[in-house]
Each structure stands twice: as C-alpha cells, then as structure tokens.
Design a protein around this ligand. Sequence first.
Ligand code: HEC
Length: 485
Amino acid sequence: MLNWIERRTGFISMAQDFLTEDVPGGASYWYVFGSATLFAMILQITTGIFLTFWYAPSAATAWESTRAIYLNPFQHFVLSLHYWGSSAMIALVFLHLLQVAIFGAYKSPRELQWVVGVLLLLVTLVLGLTGYLLPWDMNAYFASQVSLNITGTAPIAGPFIQQLAQGGGVMGTETINRFFGLHVWLMPAALVALVGAHLAIFRHNGPAGPVVDDPRTLKKPGRFWPDQMFMDTVASFFVFLLIIFLSFISPPFLDQKADPTVALFVPYPAWYFLSLFGLLNLFPPQLDTVATIYIPTLFLLVVLAIPWIDRSMTRSFGSRKGVLWGLAIVTLVIVGLSMQSQFSIMGKQAAGPPALSEAQILAPAQAAATPAASSSSSASSATHGASVFSQNCSSCHGAQGQGMPGTFPPLANNPVVVGDPNNVINIMKNGLTGAIAVNGQTFNGTMPAWKSQLSTQNIADVITFIRSSLGNNHASAVTAAQVGK
Ligand code: HEC
C-alpha cells in the first residue's frame, strides 16, 4: 500500500527525508519556539475559520454578532481560544526571534531566513491590530481610531493609507470590511506564504545548531525524528494547555457597542503595543511622529539589518558581547515602557467613570429578546432601561453616564439623579435648560423633554437604570405609575 502510494507520488520518501534531518549537536528544548509558533498559527487559522461562521462584518452587526458569540458557551470558548491564541502566537514569535538573535543563528548563510522571520513578526502584529477592531466595542473602536490616526500622520503616504484602511473619512462599516478583509484573507495568505518561504530556506541551510567555536567538538548530530519532534510536540502541547487554561479562567471581555460620540473614553491597546504607547508618553505632542513613526521604523530597519551589522564569523557569546548587551538593553527598555504605559492607562481609567459590568452589557440583548418579562421586576426594568439609555441618552451623557465638561452633566454620582424621584421624573418629562451645577462644576445646555418621545414605561425604566447602575448610584426604582402622575 505504502509502496503503491510512494511509486505514484513520492510522498513517503519525502516524509522520510523530512523527518530524518540531522540536528547538529542533538535535539534541544532551545529549538522549540519556531514549531510552537507554527502550532499557534494553525490554532488561530482553525478557530478563526469557525469565528467567520458566526461573525457578521458591518457597523450594524459586528458588535451584535460578537455579543451573540459571547452568549453561546461553545462559541465563546472558541473565541477565547482565538483571543489567547493570538497572544500566544505573538509572544512565541518574539521568543523565537530573541532565541535566534541570542544564538546568532541569523549569520551567513541564514540572513534571508532572519529577514523573512522579521516580516512574519510584522504580519502577525498587523493580524493582531486588525483583529482588535472586529468586535466593534468601545475599546475596539477607540484603540483602532488611535492606530488609524497614527497611520495618517506618517509622511508622504500616511493620509492615503489611512483613507484606504478606513474606507472613507470616518470609521464605520467600510472600516470593518477593510479590517476584516485584511484579517481573514490578505494577512493570513501572506503569513502562510512567508512561513512556506521560511521553512524552505530552513531546509536548504539546515538548523544552525548550538553556539560553539569549533563544530568538530560537537557530539554526533541528533535526528529530527523522533528526538526533536518529541520535544516540539511537548512544547506545543504545553502551549495548547496554557491557552485552554487561560480561556477558561479569563475569557475576553466585550465592552459596550462602539459609540463615537463618547468624548472621554480611555482606550486600552493590546499588550504587545503597550511599549509603543509608553514611547508616545515620553514625547511632547508636537513630536508625536518621532515616537509613532520614526523611532519604530528606524528600529525595524536596524532589526532587519542585524545579520549585516554583526558580521563576525563566530557565533560564540564571548566575541558578541556588543550584540548581546544591545539585545538585553532593548528587551529591558521594551518591558519597562510597557509597564509604564500599563500603569498610566490604569491611572486614567481609575480617574474616569466606572465601567459597566459584563452582565450589564450583555443583558440588554436578553431583555430585548424577551420583552414580556422586561417590566416585571425592578432588576429587569433596569436592564431594559440600559437599552433605552444607550439608544436615547448616551450620545449626550456618555455610555457610562460620565457627561461632558461644560455642556452635558454626568449622571453617574450625581446627587440630583439619586435624589427625590419626583424631581428626576419632572426633568425627564419636561426637559431642562439654563445653567446647573453638579458636584461644583457648571453645565449649561438643553435637555430635551421626553414625555412625547418615550413611553411612560420607558421613562420609568431609564430612570430606574440611571438611579441604580451608573457610577456609585444606588437609589430606588421608579415605576410607570409614578411617572404617569
Ligand atoms: C441632546 C442631548 C441630551 C440627551 C439626548 C439627553 N440629555 Fe439629559 N441633559 C442634557 C443637558 C444639556 C442637561 C443639562 C441641562 C441644563 O444645563 O439645564 C441634561 C440634564 C439631565 C438631567 C438632570 C441632571 C441634573 O443634575 O440636574 C437628567 C436626570 C438627565 N439629563 C437624564 C437624561 C436621560 C435619562 C436621557 C435619555 C432619555 C437624557 N438625559 C438625554 C442633554 C441631554
């Protein structure tokens, strides 16, 4: 049987040839990062294909279909695998690059394999960036807006690329479609092609092996099969277990649907972009492009050129002190910048309005799906009120009731909102104009009258919601009968 296949295809001898490759100096756990990255890539492609079955890319459906995924336990688990898989893949690409750099495995004749590897890192980062937008929640929207605006500040082609990626002057369905196309077609295609090239070059030159001055001192070569293959499998399996574990204990979080009118949202970048955020904090606003464009581009060029910068014939650690110190310093700076921006973002978020819990965000869907139950208890009228709020009030008062300085008063932690219910009912029904003061700040604008816009029940529910769910508000519910009076 095998002979029959072999004679017609040559597959068997190809597989044997592939597996019996020599590993100089024997198999080692140092070499598992590349194959573990490959494993993560396969996991991403598999879970990603499943997600396209459920996800609908457009401004009207992206968040809604993502929410549907969150509400289905199996789909949510696949999404969690994809979420943690992306972090794993990026971390493994970094580790793989770092290992190759420390071992000096980029040296002649492997320069092009290094270059293709750095390009793979870039493609992986673009995959992370484009995937970040797709849930179309607040964080996805505002973080992607930051990256699009940064693109727009690049010299020469910047504004053009921003327009192209954004699909017009503002972010919307076009943007989701462009990012979706990049995320599921162009970038994966580039990834698979580059991985193919990376492996082909690897086969051509063979593994670099351990760092020794004199190759003759090596013990006789080990075999890829079964020694290295075993270690690779152990490592990939460990990565897989870790991803499953994290998916269970810490699944991703869906924020409220993207609302462009909210002025005070503090976006949180993916962890692998935190260092760039930190770099941005170091520069005054007029020098932003130094941090966002020039330093990263220069850094990338230097990384690409490492094989030509470190030209010594030997790979031994002793004679490459400069390169190793450089690597250590750059790694420390990246980690330091990431931590610095992590703390600064946490500080800003703590100073901002408190976020809604995931239950509150996901709940309106369930309330809408069962309208009959929505007015039966004060808990469900608050959930129904949350959707009335996001449709009618959040455009002025902010998604979390944080308001906007000078014009729209905050509803979170506002004494009037949690005070006498009749007063709130009166404001809601008849509107409000003229200057008012909330917690020592003045606001002057016009609050529309809602009595002809919303049903009595909707007014009661939205008041119940703002009195009980925004910020630290914990005041009593309001019934339709009270509003009707
Ligand atoms: C078009 C913008 C806009 C919308 C939409 C809007 N509001 Fe207002 N709201 C205001 C402004 C402006 C004020 C302050 C009026 C003033 O300065 O006298 C206000 C005031 C209030 C106040 C009184 C706050 C205080 O401290 O006195 C409450 C309560 C309130 N709004 C609730 C709501 C609710 C609930 C909704 C949704 C049904 C809503 N608002 C929709 C603009 C708006």
